[in-house]
Design a protein around this ligand. Structure first.
Ligand SMILES: [Fe+2]
Length: 271
């Protein structure tokens, strides 16, 4: 058994991982332990990491192969598989609950965020357990959600998407609204409200209203963990059973820079 520690951060979601230096190669046993920990706790925190872009890309492989992100204007120069999360180049914090890149046929298994420049106050990242959210719905509503499918594309409300990214990544992709976790075997609610063009059989307006109502009802403080950043933190989010959001409550004269990697996942399915 690898020499790592796993300490839950809340009752419902999140665990702190100790005893792993991600700047060094991760062996197969540790990789398996991390995969299981992610599937169970859905968000993992590694403090005190010191990573170059190359080391970070190598560490990400423990969770899966890095995949290209679709807002290419925010790619790190020379490292197109690392996205820069910051408030430069017109980027706004993603303050609505969502899961990443649902416009892909195989959306990411995980989103990794590495804290490089952290403001003195605010700017946290929250994550919600959508497995627990699903379990808390009434049986009638669970059955309804089990039958629904979303049609996904790039956010239509974003004005700064580059034409070449639009061409590559806007093709409509259909996903089940409830998916079975490939490692854990449990079900979770899965959608991105502003990447959903519509729910099959519903108008775009009715779809948006229903998804918004679902988020309001499902995401209660008890199923969330809010990560207050420290420089050197690596935060890994399981995109197959969570939603997350940024908090824009920090002083814009300060810098907040996270390096983001997303890693390849499976095609979502309900079994
Ligand atoms: Fe995100």
């Amino acid at each position: 058994m690898p020499d790592i520690t796993i300490t839950p951060l809340t009752k419902m979601i999140g665990a702190e991982i100790g005893g792993v230096d991600l700047s060094k190669p991760v062996d197969a046993a540790t990789r398996e332990a991390l995969s299981q920990a992610l599937a169970e706790h859905l968000a993992l925190v590694f403090h005190g990491q010191n990573l170059t872009p190359d080391q970070y890309l190598a560490a990400a492989e423990a969770f899966g192969p890095p995949m290209r992100q679709h807002y290419s204007q925010h790619h790190m120069p020379g490292y197109p598989d690392i996205g820069l999360v910051w408030h430069r180049n017109g980027q706004a914090p993603a303050e609505r609950w969502h899961t990443d890149h649902t416009n892909r046929e195989r959306p990411p298994a995980a989103t990794m965020l590495y804290g490089v420049e952290i403001p003195s106050a605010g700017g946290a990242t929250s994550v919600a357990n959508m497995r627990a959210a699903y379990a808390a719905l009434s049986e009638t509503e669970r059955e309804r959600l089990d039958s629904l499918r979303t049609v996904n594309s790039l956010d239509t409300g974003k004005s700064d998407t580059l034409p070449e990214d639009w061409d590559k990544y806007s093709k409509p992709i259909v996903h089940p609204m409830v998916r079975t976790h490939p490692v854990h075997g449990s079900r979770a609610v899965f959608f991105h409200i502003t990447k959903t063009l519509y729910i099959e059989g519903m108008s775009p307006e009715a779809s948006r209203a229903y998804l918004s109502d679902l988020i309001d009802r499902m995401i209660r403080p008890e199923i969330t963990y809010t990560h207050q950043w420290r420089k050197g933190d690596l935060f890994v989010i399981d995109d197959r059973a969570t939603m997350h959001r940024a908090h824009g409550d920090y002083d814009r004269r300060e810098s907040r820079v996270l390096w983001r990697i997303i890693v390849e996942g499976d095609r979502p399915r309900l079994v």
